[in-house]
Design a protein around this ligand. Structure first.
Ligand SMILES: O=C(COP(=O)(O)O)[C@H](O)[C@H](O)COP(=O)(O)O
Length: 320
């Protein structure tokens, strides 16, 4: 067979480009798109042997995995779809991949709904939350609380440099939440007025650290100083199995041009621009991690991780 990389279908390449350019963004949305892309690879492949189709699916998974490094939901999605493709015919492998991908996307949706119900229990009628970036898991909590008849307000950080706070503000306002948008540096000023800081996660490490949009850790430290509880809404797809065996989470560095346009940068002289996309909030600054399986103090998340992953962190798209 020719090089399996050359047989990756255009839908997979388009999805990979969309994830890399952040047209598709946010950990859960990325996972959903990646699973759907693998399904497309299985459906559209013209491989003639089961081994060829498996090699193609692995190549597609590598293409998707090479896009953004921090959200573990992406490799977790790929791992889920490629878990058990041992069939002896093309049809058997195709059916298994399509079934696993479909199942993954359905589970993701249900998990978010269940997580929303768990998170909503923390929110009381009349509460104000502060958000950072845009997280569909956070939105699910607020949406469930609103569905329970609670009236909520939100202070929304705009989240430089990509301004995902604008998406959050729009979506919360559409739910009927009373929204105040603030610049990131105004967050501390408003922490006395809020009842909860509510953030999402791209990865959760075995020690309970929360890896989320840059600025989360500073917000959490300030919240602790003010006595405001910090809650992280994260489906179990955000649990990072590699951290069980001591690996750290790779923090994505993005383009300078997201921070400052090249013309303005040129007027500054010899200045370097750094643009880390995520940071690590240590568990001592996080009060609870809300998952679809209930709420956990960050220090006990490792128990759930062992239950879900065992000690196995094999990556089936890496050729052995
Ligand atoms: O940090 C971000 C998004 O960063 P980016 O915009 O760089 O992808 C979100 O808080 C998490 O991904 C969780 O999102 P969700 O709850 O939707 O999975």
């Amino acid at each position: 067979m020719d090089d399996p990389d050359s047989r990756v279908v255009s839908e997979v390449r388009r999805t990979a480009d969309a994830i890399g350019s952040m047209e598709v963004r946010g950990a859960a949305t990325i996972a959903d798109a990646a699973a759907a892309a693998l399904r497309a690879q299985a459906e559209q492949s013209d491989a003639t042997t089961a081994a060829d189709l498996r090699a193609e699916l692995r190549a597609a998974a590598r293409t998707l995995d090479d896009t953004r490094p921090t959200a573990v939901s992406l490799p977790n999605a790929l791992r889920y779809v490629l878990f058990d493709l041992d069939g002896e015919t093309v049809e058997a492998v195709r059916d298994a991949a399509v079934r696993r991908a479909t199942e993954f996307c359905e589970r993701l949706e249900h998990a978010q709904t269940d997580l929303g119900r768990v998170g909503a229990n923390r929110l009381r009628d009349g509460d104000t939350v502060m958000t950072h970036c845009h997280s569909t898991d956070v939105l699910a909590c607020v949406e469930a609380a609103v569905a329970q008849g609670k009236s909520l307000s939100a202070v929304v950080k705009e989240t430089r440099p990509r301004m995902q706070g604008h998406i959050t503000a729009r979506e919360l306002a559409a739910l009927g939440v009373d929204v105040t948008l603030v610049v990131d540096s105004a967050a501390r000023r408003y922490l006395n007025d809020v009842d909860h800081v509510l953030v999402g996660a791209d990865s959760i490490a075995a020690d309970g650290s929360v890896i989320n949009k840059i600025g989360t850790s500073g917000l959490a430290v300030n919240a602790r100083d003010r006595g405001t509880p910090v809650v992280c809404a994260a489906q179990t797809i955000k649990l990072h199995p590699g951290t069980l065996t001591g690996h750290t989470v790779d923090i994505e560095m993005r383009e300078e041009s997201e921070v400052i346009d090249p013309e303005t940068a040129a007027t500054l002289g010899d200045v370097r621009v750094a643009n880390p996309a995520f940071d690590v909030t240590p568990p001592r600054y996080v009060d609870a991690i809300v998952t679809e399986r209930g709420q956990y103090p960050p220090e006990s998340i490792v128990v759930l991780m062992r239950e879900l992953f065992g000690e196995a962190t094999a990556e089936p798209w890496v050729e052995k």
